[in-house]
Design a protein around this ligand. Structure first.
Ligand SMILES: Cc1cc2nc3c(=O)[nH]c(=O)nc-3n(C[C@H](O)[C@H](O)[C@H](O)COP(=O)(O)OP(=O)(O)OC[C@H]3O[C@@H](n4cnc5c(N)ncnc54)[C@H](O)[C@@H]3O)c2cc1C
Length: 448
């Protein structure tokens, strides 16, 4: 016991940028956060401020050195932003007051309040937040991994931090033929992104006067173009007016990259499969909760997501476990914007639970998706669990606007790095309330 305490102390003397060097150590903390991505980093910032005088109270387990602002990947793929602008070192974004264990969780033992890591460490917690995001399952589509590696295959994806920088090159190399963009038969982070990259590519080919030589096809496994009717209607208009062919319930099942052929299956009639020759193929890979989470059925739902109450974000069985972000069972659209709203609810409920109070704060499923349709144009979708629009600004956000494009390109990244990851941004609810009061007052003035 003394030995393990000594080892624990050795590894916790350090700041947030500590790199694990001692194997089989035992650590203990008040709040353990699994994952230092959007959700984990945001919660670490909020909680470590609360426990500033006790730096070992918050431990974050995160294996990666780099933190990406993934919403920029769409603009990186479209040649509008650099990959560099989407990343920072993990040590610079995780709060100094939290302890960073650079390691991966391999085992959850919720009945003992313990997790184990790949280094063989055990970490004991009083409260745990799981923020492990979604894993990309590239290997689930035969031929995809080889296609991405082959520079001549014209296969690309904005979804991987290691694949996104190749996308714009391949858009530029495409001069004719059929360009295909896919949406997989799985949950997807930012379900708008697979079509945003199609719009940016279409715009590029149009500006280069190549558009007449290229057929553009968007093959989606979903039965709809977008889950919220108001924005789906607007997007159908975009596709129709720009001659982008949309095929619903059409799932990519194989790539033969040497022949530049992609095989699709009709999900309503699985016996129907068809092969298309392509000149450009943008793939959104299948994704799901990380395998390690799926293996611990004791804390997941049937689909392998962390099983939490969709309102309180507390685990349905273990009341000292919570979830935030893409890896949870909450049926919202998996976005960074959703995490901002969830962070406020989670912080309040965790604090109330620690204080022995009843937890009451409820997340309403808020999510947002800035649907960039061209450089300078964006439809800013905002909606809740009921798939009802929940717009912040006193304008019709279902229309393509420069203002919302400006937010996406310039303002949201600033907000992310400088406020959200520092625990100071919990979504636009307050702003929405202020705008709705102003709107009401204006309406009264007009009436009178
Ligand atoms: C192309 C693209 C475009 C997007 N566009 C938008 C947009 O316009 N607007 C928007 O709001 N959102 C957008 N998103 C979605 C947004 O980026 C995600 O919803 C958000 O980053 C998810 O945060 P998270 O914390 O749940 O997961 P992540 O940020 O993915 O973090 C999960 C972390 O957990 C760590 N982890 C995994 N396994 C383990 C383990 N075993 N042990 C310890 N740590 C582990 C990972 O290393 C990772 O750092 C986009 C995403 C992509 C890919």
């Amino acid at each position: 016991m003394m030995y393990s305490t000594l080892r624990s102390n050795l590894s916790l003397i350090s700041k947030a940028n500590f790199q694990q060097s001692v194997k089989h150590a035992h650590h203990a903390c008040k709040v353990l956060i699994i994952g230092g991505g959007t959700g984990g980093c945001t919660m670490a910032a909020k909680l470590s401020k609360k426990f500033q005088n006790a730096p070992d109270h918050v431990i974050v387990i995160e294996p990666q050195d780099i933190h990406y602002y993934q919403p920029l990947f769409t603009l990186v793929g479209g040649g509008i932003k650099s990959l560099k602008s989407s990343k920072k070192h993990m040590k610079d974004v995780l709060p100094q007051k939290a302890q960073w264990l650079k390691d991966s969780v391999t085992k959850f033992k919720p009945d003992e309040n313990i997790v184990m890591t790949s280094n063989g460490d055990t970490v004991e917690y009083q409260q745990m937040i799981v923020a492990m995001g979604l894993e990309l399952f590239w290997e689930q589509i035969p031929g995809l991994v080889d296609g991405l590696k082959n520079p001549k295959a014209q296969v690309c994806s904005i979804y991987g931090s290691d694949t996104v920088s190749g996308v714009f090159e391949k858009i530029k190399l495409t001069k004719e033929g059929t360009a295909i963009f896919t949406f997989p038969n799985s949950c997807v982070k930012c379900p708008g992104a697979p079509q945003k990259i199609a719009y940016l590519s279409e715009d590029y080919w149009r500006r280069k006067k190549l558009r007449d030589n290229i057929n553009i096809v968007y093959n989606t496994s979903l039965p709809v173009l977008f889950g919220v009717k108001k924005y789906a209607d607007a997007l159908w208009e975009v596709c129709n007016s720009r001659n982008i062919k949309v095929n619903c319930r059409t799932n990519l099942i194989e790539i033969r990259s040497d022949e530049r052929e992609a095989v699709f299956q009709n999900l309503d009639k699985p016996e129907i499969k068809h092969t298309i020759e392509y000149s450009f193929l943008h793939v959104t890979p299948p994704m799901g909760p990380p395998k390690v989470l799926q293996q611990h059925k004791i804390i997941t739902n049937e689909a392998g997501f962390l099983d939490v109450n969709p309102k309180t974000l507390q685990h349905n069985k273990y009341n000292n476990i919570y979830g935030i972000g893409d890896c949870t069972s909450t049926p919202n659209s998996k976005t960074m914007a959703a995490i901002a709203s969830q962070s406020k609810v989670l912080y309040k409920n965790l604090m109330d639970n620690c204080a022995g109070k009843e937890i009451k704060m409820a997340y309403n499923g808020y999510a947002s998706c800035p649907l960039v349709t061209a450089p300078g144009k964006c439809i800013l979708a905002e909606f809740d669990y009921n798939l009802q629009p929940c717009e912040t600004f006193p304008v019709n956000q279902g229309k393509e606007m420069y203002f919302t494009y400006f937010l996406k390109k310039h303002f949201f990244p600033l907000l992310y790095w400088n406020f959200m990851l520092k625990g100071n941004w919990s979504g636009p609810e307050m702003l929405r309330k202020i705008f709705s009061i102003i709107k009401k007052k204006d309406a009264e003035v007009v009436k009178n």
